[in-house]
Structures are given as C-alpha cells and as structure tokens.
Design a protein around this ligand. Structure first.
Ligand code: AMP
Ligand code: GLY
Length: 431
C-alpha cells in the first residue's frame, strides 16, 4: 500500500517509521515531512500540512491508498472529510469530531453534559463578563485558556486576581492568540501527576495505549515557559492498574460514547491529558491526535503492525484487533534550539556523533531539513527527539541521555531531568 503521512514533527517521524515496518507498506510519502523522514520516505516539502486541496490532489495523482493526517491543524480544518470524499481512506477524526481539541468550550461542555471528571469551569465570549466573574472568584491560582488551537501555549496559570485579569485582557482584548482567544475558559487549578493516555478508537471501542508522562516546561524543575513538550517517559509509573480501570470506566468509554451520542463519533487517536488529583483522575485536555513527544515513546513500544490497527480503526474492526506491547521502558529527550519556545535561529548543521546507530536508540527528527548535498540542518524549535528503550525506566533515561550527549549543533539545549520525578516516585514506592 502507498501511505501518506501529513505533518512534519517528531511525532510524524515516529508514525512514519512504525508504518514503514508494516509488511503491507510499499511506499511512504510525507507532506511536508522532515530531514529524518526523508531517510526512508519521499517528502513533499513544497506543500504545507494545511494546504488541504493540494494534499488531496497530490494523494489522488500519486495513488495514495491510505492517509494519516497527524497534526492538529489539518485535522481541525477537515483534512479527513476532504480526503475521504475523494475516495482516500484515512486514519483520523473528521472535522466535527476534531472539535474535541479545536474548541475548549466544546470539550468542556461535553464533559459537563456527560459527567466526565474535569476541572470546574465557566466559559466566556466577552471580556467584561469574564472580568466580572474574576471579581467574585477567590481560589488562586486560576487557569485561563484560549478556546482555539494555540500550539499548547494558550493556557495561562494566574497566581492571583491581578494576573488573571491581565490574562483575560491579553486574550480577549489584545488578541494575543488571535481568533483562538475570542472565547475563553476560566477553570479551577488542579494538582497531581500528569499522565497522557493516547487511545485508538473506532467510534465504538476504545483501546488505550501505554501511558506516558510529558515534561512541558522549557527548563529543569518544571520552570520556564510552557512548550510543546521537552521529553517523555513510558510507561508512566503513576498510572497504576487501579487508576487505569477507573479511567476506562469514568473517562475513556464515557467520552467515546458521548461523541457518538452527539452525532460526531470520534475515529482515530484520541489523546487524554489527565491529572491524577487527590479526588481521582480528571481530564485536563483532549487532543484529536497523537501527542508530540508522547508518540516518540509510545510507538516504539508497540509490537503490532500499526497500519493494520489504523485500517481496523477506519473500518470499525478495532474490537477484533489484538494489540500487543513490548515489556520495556522508553525515554525521549528533546534537543531544542537555544531560545525555544521563543526566538531561535535555524540552519545549523547537526553532528549526530553516531547516536542513531546505538542499540535501542531511535533519533526522531522534529525540526530538521536535509540539504541537497545530504547535510541535515536544524529547521525548528524542537530539533530532535532522542528515544532509548531499556528493561527499566532508569536504564531508558540513562541511555537516552548517553545518546543525546553525542549529538551536537550550535546553541543546542535539552532538559537534564526528563524522568527524574518519576524515578524518585518509584524509589519512594519501593520503600
Ligand atoms: P493544556 O494545553 O490544556 O494541556 O494545558 C497546558 C498545561 O497547563 C497542562 O499540561 C497542565 O500542566 C497545565 N494545566 C492546564 N489546565 C490546568 C488545570 N486546570 N490545573 C492545573 N494545571 C493545568
Ligand atoms: N505533548 C503535548 C501534546 O502533544 O499536545
């Protein structure tokens, strides 16, 4: 089969690499792809992931048998609707179902209507009403979220009323995140370990993947700005079998049922961003796609043919499809450009130092580009995701750092504490 992956990050590299292992795959295209995907697939850098008509025409002209729009923008814009209408089967939600990520107001209202545990909230369409609400609000910090997509940056945790008012003004009056801030959600601040559970769902059945934990802040010790994610571990040690069973009953099945009852069944990868609070697991956010960099630790642990799972989801056969996982641990350390998530430079050549040849190591490219003569240069904020597998979490963390430390490019930086809190938690549990 000829397969098309739409997107350009480390997530897309991990998805394309897993699809390349399928005996059913004969050719992979990536739009636009990156320097890592270009090593084994044909990238089409001239088309953007959001140019849906061009993507459809390319897919039709190149006889694509199956398409995987992996990033949030194309999904929320309706990539699946357009490709399916042209007769190209896809893995991913249609535009209506993608609203579960594309609109926080939609997802919060869904959770309220179907009694799915989440932070208490109110939503607002105008700044005066939001500011008046804040005048009566008295538990700080409080969380302010832009309604629409904002690259994971439209969330402000305000320590007091003054900061909260400022955030509302920035989002609603100054348009800091453009149209995505014209509606906002103000919600209760939750505490506890954060866990991501990616799941396969065909609209009826839901099969959770191995749980992972992301590290979203830019700097060690969870300081600095929020980023797309600076590193991940899987399985997440906080996610015990008891918590998993509870999430299945209280969150995963109810969400899939709710989407079907709303007339917008969700097919694809449904991302549950959870906080394990003292009152039980609660939903922090839904995404309509695989997480980045969660995918870079989850898919390397998958034993089953990913293309087979994708086709089963598309055809509503998920319940009959066995899915197996490796009994191993994975850690991904993100190497970023100095300055990310704010201003940074690109175009620096990368010296891999043999990291990608190490046993158990996979170097996923995120922001890279292959020049005509073959050199790989930096081309984004998050440059590489260095994943290592091992029998233990400690082993995976050590191996990921050993590999990451071999890779050099000017102004590279990474967090030095990916997995550290989880290891400390495991040590406490043992004693
Ligand atoms: P989101 O884009 O909704 O995932 O939010 C980004 C990050 O902000 C999350 O990963 C959390 O660390 C934090 N966050 C979001 N909502 C809350 C909340 N209600 N309470 C505490 N932290 C939150
Ligand atoms: N790593 C967070 C996300 O993919 O949304």
């Amino acid at each position: 089969m000829t397969v098309l992956v739409i997107g350009s990050g480390g997530r897309e590299h991990a998805i394309a690499a897993a699809l390349a292992k399928s005996p059913q795959t004969t050719k992979i295209y990536a739009i636009p792809g990156n320097g890592g995907i270009a090593q084994f697939a044909e990238c089409v850098p001239g088309i953007k992931a959001t140019e849906l008509e061009k993507i459809r025409d390319f897919a039709a002209a190149n006889r694509v048998d199956f398409a995987v729009p992996a990033a949030d923008d194309p999904l929320c814009l309706g990539a699946v609707d357009l490709l399916e209408a042209a007769g190209i089967p896809c893995f991913g939600p249609d535009k209506a179902a993608a609203r579960i990520e594309g609109s926080k107001v939609f997802s919060k209202n869904l959770m309220r209507k179907y009694n799915i545990p989440t932070a208490r909230y109110e939503s607002f369409q105008d700044a005066a009403a939001a500011l008046a609400y804040l005048d009566t609000y008295d538990t700080f910090p409080v969380v302010i979220k832009a309604d629409g997509l904002a690259l994971g940056k439209g969330v402000i945790i305000a320590p007091d009323r003054g900061e909260a008012r400022r955030a509302v003004r920035e989002l609603m009056e100054e348009g800091k995140f453009g149209a995505s801030g014209s509606s906002i959600v103000i919600e209760e601040f939750l505490t506890g370990p954060e866990v991501t559970v990616l799941s396969f769902t065909d609209g009826t059945s839901v099969v959770p993947m191995v749980a992972s934990t992301d590290h979203k802040r830019a700097l060690d010790g969870d300081r600095g700005l929020n980023t797309g994610g600076m590193g991940t571990i899987a399985p997440s040690p906080y996610y015990t079998p008891e918590i998993a069973a509870r999430c299945m009953e209280e969150i995963f099945r109810p969400t899939v049922r709710a989407m079907a009852q709303e007339g917008t069944p969700f097919r694809g990868c449904l991302y549950f961003g959870l906080m394990l609070t003292p009152d039980g697991p609660k939903v922090i956010e839904y995404n309509c796609r695989f997480g980045d960099p969660e995918t870079q630790v989850v898919l390397p642990l998958l034993e089953t043919d990913l293309l087979e799972i994708f086709r089963a989801v598309r055809e509503g056969r998920l319940a009959e499809t066995p899915i197996r996982w490796k009994d191993a641990h994975a850690c991904c350390v993100v190497l970023a450009s100095g300055g990310y998530p704010e201003k940074y430079e690109t175009g620096f050549p990368i010296d891999f130092g043999g990291a990608d040849g190490l046993a158990g190591v996979r170097v996923y490219h995120a922001g890279t580009k292959q020049l005509a003569e073959g050199t790989i240069v930096t081309a984004g904020g998050r440059v590489l995701g260095v994943t290592a597998l091992s029998g233990t979490l400690a082993g995976a963390v050590a191996a990921a750092y050993a590999a990451a430390d071999r890779i050099t490019f000017p102004k590279a930086y990474c967090r030095r504490d990916i997995g550290r809190q989880a290891l400390e938690y495991l040590k406490k549990e043992e004693n």
